[in-house]
Structure formats: C-alpha cells, structure tokens
Design a protein around this ligand. Structure first.
Ligand code: FPP
Length: 238
C-alpha cells in the first residue's frame, strides 16, 4: 500500500493583504470601502485560521511606507485600526486571542498607542490564536531598531558582540519569541514581499494568489495550505 503523507498545517502564517483599492474600484466605491471590507475579512480569517489549526497569524496592516498615501486614506486606515483595537479589548476575553502589534508604534496617535498597549496587556495570557498586526512596520526598520538596542546593550557591557548568536539577536526583534512563519501569503497578484518580515521569512514558503484581499476567505486559505503541503521544505539540506 502506498504510504500516506501526513497533512501539515503551517504553525505560523503571514499575510500581505493586498488589493483593497482595486476591489473597491471595480465596484465604483471609494478606496476606503475596500479597506473596511478588508478589515472585516481579516477578522474572519483569524477565526478560520484557528479552526484550521494555525497557531500564529501575522498580517501587514500598515507599512512604514504607507504614510505617503493621501491623508484621508491614512486617517481611514488608522480609524479602522483604532476601532479594531478598542473592540478587541473586550472581545479578546471571548475569542481567547492573544494580540500583539509589531512595528514602531511611537509614530501613532497617543490614544491608539494606549489601546494597543491595553489590548496587548489584557490578551497576554490568552491561549488561542496568537495574532500579530504589523502597524508602521518595515522589516529594515525592525532590523535597524533591533541592532540599535543590541548595540546599546553591548555598550553597557550586558552582552558580548562576538558571542552573539542568531537566536539572541532575534530576541531584539518585535516578533521576539514568535516562531518564524512557515507560509507567507500575498493576495492580488503582486509577487514581492515589500519589506514584510525579511529576517523571519528567510525559509518560508511563498504563496501568491490573484484573489483580491476583500475576496479572500476560508476556501482560499485552504488552497494556500494545500499548496504548502506540496512543498518540500529542505532548509538548505538535500
Ligand atoms: C493594501 O491594499 C492594503 C493596505 C495597505 C491596508 C490593509 C489594511 C486593512 C485590511 C485594514 C486593517 C486591518 C485590521 C485587522 C483592522 P491596497 O490599498 O494597496 O490595494 P491596491 O493595491 O488594490 O490599491
């Protein structure tokens, strides 16, 4: 009898939610309507991901480069995030999700920073999905911030630079303690990683789909997992 290959669910999935603007344009709607639908889809995907057995989910909500968008669009995105954080403070008690924000949040409005800190605090001991939202996140910026903190510790004599390991350096990252993503999904047909988790994605499988983010759903997530199951992860071996 042919040997049955074990079905693997990725432990950590990272998603670049692209195509909100095009989704809205196709419907003669303002771009912000695409972002609003995109944020509803993000919430649903958290539930679906966890039900499928995924333990960690990281999404790219706002990059360090997104500030150049028109002010009205930046404000709309910040308001969606503001609402998400506020609502989740109460909701996290019910859905058992642990939420963390990665990125440099110091540039965000004070009230949003406070909601983020509060949500991270109240959800810290939850044992369900570990959900990371990247806001004002840039991979190079994260590496640079990590290097600066590490250099400070070296200057203070807390660490010896020559003996520093990759694992120890990772301890300075925003995603410290979180396993590297097994699978990265990008929607809307673009095939690049756009400064998203460059260190963490070094050995991840990449899945690109033409589906626009607001049309993404559980079935599409299952297709990505299916694709992942056909990959042979060798991590540099043979
Ligand atoms: C890319 O689409 C999408 C973004 C820059 C923002 C993504 C943010 C959300 C979906 C909302 C926040 C999430 C939560 C959890 C509340 P695009 O605008 O670049 O699309 P386009 O390439 O079609 O123009």
């Amino acid at each position: 009898m042919a040997e049955q290959k074990e079905y693997r669910v990725p432990q950590h999935v990272a998603i670049i939610m692209d195509g909100n603007g095009r989704w809205a344009k196709k419907r003669f709607l303002p771009r912000n309507a695409g972002h609003a639908q995109g944020s509803r889809v993000a919430e649903q995907i958290c539930e679906d991901a966890y039900n499928l057995g995924i333990k960690y989910l990281t999404i790219y909500a706002f990059s360090t480069e997104n500030w150049v968008r028109p002010k009205e669009e930046v404000d709309a995105l910040m308001n969606l995030l503001r609402k998400y954080m506020k609502d989740s403070i109460e909701r996290s008690g019910k859905n058992n999700m642990r939420v963390r924000v990665i990125g440099d949040i110091r540039r965000l409005d004070e009230d949003l920073q406070q909601s983020i800190r509060r949500l991270e605090e109240v959800s810290a001991d939850n044992t369900g999905l570990c959900f990371q939202v990247a806001i004002n996140y840039g991979g190079r910026d994260e590496i640079l911030r990590a290097a600066k903190r590490m250099a400070r510790d070296a200057a203070d004599g807390k660490i010896c630079p020559e003996e520093l390991t990759e694992e120890q350096f990772y301890g300075y990252f925003d995603t410290e303690g979180i396993p590297y993503p097994d699978l990265m999904i990008r929607t809307s047909g673009e095939c690049r990683t756009s400064n998203f988790l460059p260190w963490q994605l070094a050995y991840s499988e990449f899945y690109f789909t033409d589906v626009l983010w607001p049309d993404f759903n559980k079935k599409e997530l299952q297709k990505a997992i299916e694709y992942y199951n056909h990959r042979d992860r060798r991590f540099g071996g043979v």
